[in-house]
Design a protein around this ligand. Structure first.
Ligand SMILES: C[S@@+](CC[C@H](N)C(=O)[O-])C[C@H]1O[C@@H](n2cnc3c(N)ncnc32)[C@H](O)[C@@H]1O
Length: 228
């Protein structure tokens, strides 16, 4: 028995790509500042970007906030962000065009389950709150592991499924003050679609990942990450 949190809730799947105008605009407008700063800090603690010219991959990048913030934080890295939703990639490219980082970030339309990148071609591979969108998460995990250089930094953070309905409702109420009804529904649906930490660790081992662990970050976030 592990000490990781479990859930009595059954997993309820979400649609895979987020490609309606409303999803893109309302997701982009949600306040992601604090969790994203914490995400970048964790990458730093894990040793990313590894070297000054480090090449990083953001799987299911959405509107591309993290690649842009990473380029603010680290002088000469480059980042590729991939997403299955054309409207998300368009939003990410709009944000990139308004930033000082054109030339350092490449947003690519594509599927996390079969990525158009060579084996061992990234120093750091990461993903934030996206894995729960995949009905079958193994292909994405296997692809993340395939494109990561040996000894590189892996960080796959996601929501985890709350223990029960009351906990889910409490988390949604606490985290969505000031949100629209649609944003509240997106968040609740994501919590229902999320894996438990034990499920994530099991799947990561099944695809052959080694030297990894699952850590609990908050009452709703977990990270599958390299052991340092
Ligand atoms: C909740 S958003 C997270 C976006 C971003 N990682 C962030 O932290 O803001 C989930 C994203 O996963 C994308 N997605 C879902 N399935 C995907 C797949 N198979 N391949 C690539 N992207 C996918 C969706 O289109 C959406 O942009």
């Amino acid at each position: 028995m592990s000490d990781l949190p479990t859930s009595v809730l059954k997993r309820v799947l979400e649609v895979e790509p987020m490609d309606t105008e409303q999803e893109v605009v309302e997701y982009d407008a949600m306040d992601h500042e604090t969790p994203k700063a914490a995400f970048i800090e964790r990458l730093r603690q894990l040793g990313a970007p590894g070297n000054e010219q480090g090449r990083m991959l953001d799987i299911a990048t959405g509107p591309g906030h993290i690649p842009l913030q990473l380029c603010d934080a680290f002088g000469s890295i480059s980042v590729v962000g991939i997403d299955l939703a054309p409207k998300m990639i368009a939003m990410a490219n709009r944000r990139l065009a308004e930033s000082p980082h054109t030339g350092r970030i490449d947003f690519v339309l594509g599927d996390a389950k079969k990525m158009p990148f060579a084996d061992a071609s990234f120093d750091t591979v990461f993903s934030n709150t996206s894995l729960h969108h995949l009905p079958e998460p193994r292909p994405m995990l296997a692809e993340a592991w395939r494109v990561l250089k040996s000894g590189g930094v892996l960080l796959i953070r996601d929501l985890y499924r709350p223990a029960d309905e009351a906990t889910l409702e409490k988390i949604v109420a606490e985290q969505t003050t000031g949100s629209t009804a649609f944003q509240r529904k997106m968040f609740a649906d994501s919590l229902r679609a999320a894996l438990t930490p034990d499920e994530l660790l099991y799947l990561a081992r099944e695809v052959g990942m080694t030297n990894i662990e699952v850590v609990i970050d908050t009452d709703r976030h977990m990270s599958l990450q390299s052991v340092v």
